[in-house]
Design a protein around this ligand. Structure first.
Ligand SMILES: NC(=O)c1ccc[n+]([C@@H]2O[C@H](COP(=O)([O-])OP(=O)(O)OC[C@H]3O[C@@H](n4cnc5c(N)ncnc54)[C@H](OP(=O)(O)O)[C@@H]3O)[C@@H](O)[C@H]2O)c1
Length: 281
């Protein structure tokens, strides 16, 4: 079995590489950073680089949610056109494309976990570009597994958990949004779920995230408590903290299809966050 990981220097890509490298002697893993493989190049150039593989994990994306509002073409180039190029490659070599998408394809106007069958309605350029990428893959005719996730954190990437951790360590006071609800996701748990889904030969669209429903304020409070930080933490409303990109207020993905497929519950967010914070030292 030959595997290619694209976007391997990103937060999820590096975790997936860690998990797959050396996982099985019969599995060969090639990993490509942005520098080594640009997914906005024509598909025949991408094919020349990766050769014949059985599975392509696409962890590459334009992920600057707020900047995307003013860099629409750049976001679409990577998230829509890049996804299309990888789908063309996958179709040409009969590989399965494992593609990561986002809760931001939904508008957040819900009061119960968001089922796979729910009609997307992105609020932001980033969300629109990721949905456009999903559509290109589905239309391409390639074998695909699209996994939407949310509120990702892990080693080696810019994320909310690290930001709060750094500020709390030096006792900086914090104001954190308490009216956006979602599921936090540790890259290690997501990487394991992706590989388990592939092992089960899952096809189509899935949602994967940690168990438990939180606000950003809950996550910050947990980190402060873990660190026994002297920082003051104040809950604020999204309206008091305007950002260029609009975020969904209720972003809880229904992860039951994934849990049924892999035959286990996703880890609880508190357990995974504790593990991550302990590793940070
Ligand atoms: N982070 C979250 O909270 C979150 C939530 C839901 C879904 N997701 C999705 O999860 C996936 C992984 O996210 P992440 O947080 O790991 O992202 P990340 O840390 O920003 O990594 C993305 C990687 O893609 C690379 N990249 C950008 N443009 C590229 C191109 N044209 N060709 C090849 N590589 C390119 C980046 O390289 P450079 O840095 O060198 O540009 C970076 O290494 C993405 O699909 C994202 O949309 C993320």
């Amino acid at each position: 079995m030959k595997i290619a990981i694209i976007g391997a220097k990103g937060m999820l890509g590096r975790e997936l590489l860690c998990l797959l490298k050396g996982a099985h002697p019969k599995v060969a893993v090639d990993a490509y950073s942005h520098h080594q493989l640009d997914i906005t190049k024509p598909s025949h150039e991408i094919k020349k680089i990766i050769g014949n593989v059985d599975i392509i994990y696409n962890c590459a994306a334009y992920t600057k949610v707020d900047l995307a509002e003013s860099e629409k073409d750049d976001a679409f180039k990577v998230n829509e056109y890049g996804a299309k190029m990888l789908a063309e490659v996958a179709l040409g070599i009969d590989a399965k494309l494992v593609h990561i998408s986002t809760d931001f394809v939904f508008d957040g106007c819900f009061d119960k976990p968001i089922d796979i069958a729910t009609e997307p309605n992105p609020l932001s350029v980033y969300g629109l570009s990721k949905l456009a990428g999903e559509k290109k893959i589905i239309e391409s005719g390639c074998k695909y597994l699209i996994v939407r996730t949310s509120w990702l954190y892990g080693a080696g990437g810019k994320n909310f958990v690290d930001t709060i951790y750094d500020k709390a360590k030096v006792g900086e006071d914090l104001r954190v949004v308490n009216d956006q609800i979602g599921r936090l996701t540790y890259t290690e748990d997501l990487a394991e779920a992706l590989v388990a889904l592939v092992d089960c030969d899952a096809k189509g669209v899935f949602h994967a995230a940690n168990q438990g429903i939180v606000t950003w304020y809950d996550v910050a409070a947990f980190i402060l408590d873990f660190l026994k930080s002297s920082s003051m933490l104040e809950p604020v409303l999204t309206s008091e903290y305007p950002t260029p990109a609009k975020r969904p207020s209720y972003s809880v993905l229904d992860i039951s299809k994934t849990e049924m497929m892999i035959d286990r519950k996703m880890p609880l967010w508190q357990d995974s966050l504790t593990k991550y914070l302990q590793r940070k030292g």
